[in-house]
Design a protein around this ligand. Structure first.
Ligand SMILES: [Zn+2]
Length: 607
């Protein structure tokens, strides 16, 4: 694995000049992309799109600028695209061919260049089924008045929006001109350009180089509120005030993060709260984080997701994984950074509690992946595997523990200096796991001597000496849960001051309950009418498992309302495993799958 990734890391040096000595055997650097850097590396992309809600397509062109003019084939990634023409910079047409449709990769678009060429333009239309795009009916929005378009490109869905070298190993800047219907507005992971006087013709510019999976667009009826000098929230008009209230602390988070990790390098930190079909808690699209509305609990109890997405501005955007095999570099580091921000804003106890709860999630994930015969190493060969199918909490929580193990080996002061060194060394670059291990060996040789880095990175399971995080309060809740519901001590408990982390941890420690005890639990913790979607999800899954009387309506409403994979999957899983509710679960999947992103559909299909 190390050798393979070292070869991938050397991709920067593989630029072979076009000409008679051109190597026709593609030099692939990413198992999830047809990109071959020896054919030229894209440095800038210009999109010209018209957003067609009736046909559910983006129509237009993309112009790719390469690092240097080259001759010979240029291989790009596509999925579901109709390619109309390929042109050189002077509108001369170029020959092209679309390869076989491959289940994970999509279709290779090969462009033939007879002369050295550094710019190509491709005219094309996306498919109504584009895996990155979600076309929502007005009824699927908060206001119900207008349709909505949103994108989710990670890990390899950008190729369904445009023909690209769709690997995070090749970073691009971009411009976009976007024509949208009257009455709607659009945001992208970019700075909005000068208003052209025509509100339906928008322009965007992204001056910092990003991996293609950070391309993002949302179009709909949007309003916004300023939250600070660099921060603004966008959302549908009926949601925007609640969103502004929920995330009012974003500027403080930004300042806390800068105190830890150095200056914020993306100018503005704006974000958008999307309609419920958005599949994730959040997506760290630079300059425009995308968030699920399930974070709007009304009491700021779920804002650590915003801290996570903000932390990506350093770990996971300023530096990104070179391939999906290095995904832990994005997420393990970002969970670590998120908990450092939480520690500054809410104290050591809050951060330790989140780490302890994270360990519960990790242990569950390790068990279920092992049972399914799936890998649990931080980095492993993913050739032929769908990144969406490999997505799990392993890169997040095991990655967090690995980063914490390095911190504990050298102490916080030295580790903080290492973080700054790491961020400045690979700023605006993509990184492999092997390159990271090499950096640790050079900069923290004593950590490399005491932490078994290879075991952490490439071995399944969890090293026996993995760091642990303790909280006295959680330990007490664990005892309470063990004795619940029979222990009369519970009656003395006031649960109204429990944090979300405490309540989730308590719920994780309970054994299986029968229907009356599950109902009593819901009443006791106020879970039946909570605005906190995470707590509601955990209770509904338990209620489904116990077949609580009359629960079908609540389950139907929840699955019909929420599109976030993390919340939909456990509820449907519990229903499918409960004979009395499995038929209803199948009906709900049938009824709701059109609202879900392709990654949510995939996760549901594997239940
Ligand atoms: Zn993340």
């Amino acid at each position: 694995m190390i050798e393979r990734r070292q070869a991938a890391g050397a991709g920067n040096r593989l630029c072979i000049a076009g000409g008679p000595d051109y190597i026709f055997e593609p030099v692939r650097i990413d198992p999830h992309s047809f990109a071959d850097p020896s054919q030229g590396k894209t440095t800038h992309v210009a999109f010209d799109w018209s957003v067609d809600f009736d046909a559910r397509v983006l129509r237009g062109s993309v112009t790719l600028t390469l690092d240097a003019p080259r001759r010979g084939p240029l291989d790009l990634d596509t999925r579901g695209l109709t390619i109309e023409a390929v042109e050189d910079g002077d509108a001369g047409t170029l020959r092209f061919e679309l390869g076989e449709d491959q289940p994970v990769l999509g279709r290779r678009l090969r462009i033939f260049r007879n002369e050295p060429l550094g710019v190509v333009t491709i005219r094309y239309t996306t498919s109504p089924e584009a895996s990155a795009l979600m076309w929502l009916e007005p009824s699927q929005t908060a206001s119900g008045n207008h349709p909505f378009l949103l994108s989710q490109c990670q890990a390899i869905h950008a190729r369904s929006i445009a023909p690209l070298q769709d690997t995070p190993a090749i970073r691009i800047t971009y411009d976009a001109t976007v024509a949208i219907p009257d009455g709607l507005s659009a945001v992208m992971s970019a700075a909005p350009g000068q208003a052209a006087g025509d509100a339906s013709q928008l322009s965007f510019h992204m001056p910092q180089p990003i991996p293609p999976y950070l391309l993002a667009i949302a179009v709909g009826e949007l309003d916004s509120r300023d939250l600070g000098p660099r921060t603004r929230v966008h959302a549908e008009p009926t949601v925007v005030d609640a969103a502004a209230q929920e995330f009012a602390e974003v500027e403080q988070m930004l300042e806390a993060a800068e105190g830890l990790f150095g200056p914020y390098e993306w100018e503005r930190y704006d974000f958008i709260v999307l309609p419920p079909s958005f599949p994730l808690g959040g997506m760290e699209n630079p300059r425009m984080t995308f968030l699920t509305p399930t974070l709007l609990a009304g009491d700021r109890s779920l804002v650590s997701v915003l801290a996570h997405e903000l932390a990506h501005s350093w770990t996971g955007n300023l530096i990104t994984n070179a391939t999906n095999e290095d995904f832990w570099l994005n997420e393990g580091w970002t969970v670590y950074a998120e908990r450092r921000i939480v520690e500054v804003l809410y104290g050591k106890e809050a951060a330790a509690q989140q780490a302890r709860l994270g360990r519960v999630t990790l242990d569950e994930t390790l068990k279920s992946r092992e049972k399914a015969g799936k890998r649990t190493a931080l980095s492993y060969d993913q050739a032929g595997l769908d990144p969406d199918g490999e997505f799990s909490k392993i890169p997040y929580e095991k990655g967090f523990l690995f980063v914490s193990a390095l911190e504990r080996a050298v102490g916080r002061a030295r580790f903080d200096a290492f973080i700054k060194h790491y961020l400045s060394t690979f700023r605006f670059q993509s990184l492999t796991t092997a390159q990271f291990a090499e950096l640790v060996g050079e900069a923290l040789p004593d950590a490399a001597a005491t932490v078994d880095i290879d075991a952490w990175l490439f071995t399944d399971g969890l090293p026996a000496d993995a760091p642990t995080f303790e909280s006295e309060r959680l330990a007490k809740l664990s005892e309470l849960a063990t004795a619940w519901p029979d222990d009369p001590a519970r009656l003395d408990q006031t649960t109204s001051d429990w944090t979300t982390t405490e309540a989730l941890f308590f719920l994780s420690q309970l054994s299986e309950l029968d229907a009356p005890d599950t109902e009593a639990l819901g009443d006791w913790l106020g879970l039946r009418d909570t605005g906190n979607a995470e707590l509601q999800c955990v209770w509904l899954a338990r209620a489904a498992a116990a077949d609580v009387d009359g629960i079908a309506d609540e389950l139907t409403a929840f699955v019909g309302r929420v599109g976030r994979t993390k919340l939909v999957v456990p509820v449907l899983q519990a229903m499918l495993e409960q004979p009395a509710l499995s038929e209803l679960a199948r009906q709900l999947i049938e009824r709701n799958h059109v609202r879900w992103h392709s990654s949510t559909r995939l996760a549901v299909a594997t239940l």
